[in-house]
Design a protein around this ligand. Structure first.
Ligand code: NAD
Length: 490
């Protein structure tokens, strides 16, 4: 018999094995927590306890930062081609260890096979991409006339603290680690306490693949006990944070006090704008796909569907029809943390109190396969007032809200009526109009007619979605600082 995750279940007389423990990874080795404590993980697909992870403290952070601080100068001094070779070897090791990474990720997130494959493949691709482009990264020469020679160098910061969330664990770690390492930094990573195990395994694989000790350290534990001391550590020269606005604001304050840079990849309430002349089926598929993908637990999910009045009902009906075909555990996964599951259900309760009725969904599963875990029905609320929290706040679950617009100016105003500005999607048969909208929307990425957004395309927020850029060549520049050297030839 198998459960919803495909794991074998059934009665057995053998005593339960003690939970597996995952230690920190510091200076190229597994290191038990200084405080000796561990805490359990839990499968959101079954609600059963899983492996235990080390409960880190400031003492573990101290050890990891010391190792990173000792390791980076020699790494930064190596030719780019050598660093690139090592990062290619890390990518190879991740690809070879994909089954193991997948199982660790599945255990803590309950994701579907398709979603897991996508994320693991992309994690490997981050290392390959930055290993490749690293060799083409150069400073500039600056013409100051015949009597001088001036040039720039991109130099690493030294030790980077990388703090990541639970929704796309390995993927978000790789997105930060690969460019940070590529330009010669060392990293101390602090994954989410709910989903740490794949990042620890990545660090082990990297060490086994030849990444020198101390360059990639992982300290697991809670935000206040590990993330806080990491961001505040005097030897950490930059923080890369992906997570909520609340924590991002706090870390921006810490970084501000310390006068160190911080990349903030925060939340979103991104619009998908559909004009009547668009390919409505493709647009509806994309709108439904944004809710299906990782059950809407994606910062860049386009969760506000803005549709031209004349086709609003038709587009929304097509989205609903697609969502109602999806099966929990097969087509979409659970809500990953218990607190987030409760938060999504609280949003439904609030909507009901305010007289909003979903066209579909609006509840968890109380029977069938979805009832075993934290599965939420894909949900659509139509014509949500623009001031309602459902229309303004990130739910971080499979919840789409719709509004109707009358013309291009109205569409642009609605798209920008948000505190966030992470991504947007525009659908129109008139490409010039699509591009006008794209240029007017206040967001870091805009896809017109399903334009792909990939590792090559820089990613990051406007407004409360944060600042700094990941992906693309921009990330290499974000993890390096520019030095100018000028020589008088006279
Ligand atoms: P969160 O802010 O609660 O936690 C993120 C990370 O910060 C975790 O590792 C956590 O332990 C750590 N942390 C918490 N408090 C801390 C503190 N005081 N000091 C230092 N570290 C601390 O976010 P979450 O709930 O894990 O993730 C969901 C949020 O992340 C959503 O808002 C989502 O939009 C956002 N997100 C953004 C992106 C992006 O690229 N823009 C990607 C994924 C998720």
């Amino acid at each position: 018999m198998t459960d919803i995750t495909g794991t074998a279940t059934g009665a057995t007389s053998a005593p339960a094995a003690p939970p597996r423990r995952h230690e920190h990874w510091i200076n190229g080795a597994a290191v038990p927590p200084a405080g000796g404590a561990y805490f359990p993980t839990r499968s959101p697909a079954t609600r059963e306890p899983g492996d235990e992870i080390a409960a880190g403290t400031a003492a573990d952070v101290e050890l990891a930062v010391a190792a990173a601080s000792a390791a980076w100068p020699a790494w930064a001094a190596r030719p780019a081609a050598e660093r690139a070779d090592v990062l290619h070897a890390v990518a190879d090791a991740m690809a070879a260890g994909a089954a193991e990474l997948t199982e660790l990720e599945r255990a803590t997130t309950g994701k579907t096979d398709g979603q897991l494959k996508l994320e693991i493949d992309m994690s490997v691709a981050y290392f390959r991409y930055y290993a490749g482009v690293l060799r083409a990264l150069h400073g500039r020469t600056i013409d100051l006339g015949a009597g001088a020679h001036a040039y720039t160098r991109l130099e690493p910061y030294g030790v980077i603290g990388a703090i990541t969330p639970w929704n796309l664990p390995l993927n978000q770690a790789s997105r930060a680690l690969a460019p940070a390492l590529a330009v010669g930094n060392a990293v101390v990573a602090k994954p989410s306490e709910f989903t740490s195990t794949s990042t620890v395994r990545l660090a082990r694989l990297a060490t086994e693949a030849g990444l020198p000790d101390g360059l990639l350290n992982v300290v697991t534990g809670t935000g206040p006990e590990v993330g806080g001391p990491l961001a505040a550590h005097p030897l950490v020269r930059k923080v890369a944070f992906t997570g909520s606005v609340l924590t991002g604001r706090h870390l921006a304050g810490v970084a501000g006090d310390r006068l160190i840079p911080v990349t903030l990849e925060l939340g979103g309430k991104s619009p998908v704008v559909v004009f009547a002349d668009a390919d409505l089926d493709r647009a509806a598929a994309a709108a439904a796909g944004a809710i299906q993908a990782n059950s809407g637990q994606v910062c860049s999910a386009t969760t506000r569907l803005l549709v031209e009045d004349s086709v609003h009902d038709e587009v929304v009906a097509r989205v609903v029809e697609r969502l109602e075909r999806l099966r929990p555990g097969v087509d979409f996964g659970p809500i990953i943390t218990e607190a987030q599951f409760d938060k999504v259900l609280a949003a439904f309760a609030q909507a009901a109190r305010d007289g909003l009725t979903p066209l579909t969904g609006g509840a968890a599963y109380d029977d069938g396969p979805g009832a075993a875990g934290q599965y939420v029905r894909p949900t659509v609320y139509a014509d949500v007032p623009p001031t309602h929290p459902l229309a303004r706040e990130e739910v971080f679950g499979p919840v789409l809200v719709t509004r109707r617009f009358s013309d291009e100016a109205d569409a642009l105003a609605m798209a920008n009526d948000s505190d966030y500005g992470l991504v947007a999607s525009v659908w129109s048969g008139d490409v010039a109009r699509g591009l006008r909208l794209a240029e007017g929307i206040q967001a870091g990425q805009v896809a017109v007619n399903g334009g792909p957004l990939t590792i090559e395309t820089p990613f990051g927020g406007y407004k409360s979605s944060g600042y700094g850029r990941e992906k693309g060549l921009e990330a290499l520049h974000d993890y390096a600082q520019t030095k100018t050297i000028s020589l008088s030839l006279g």
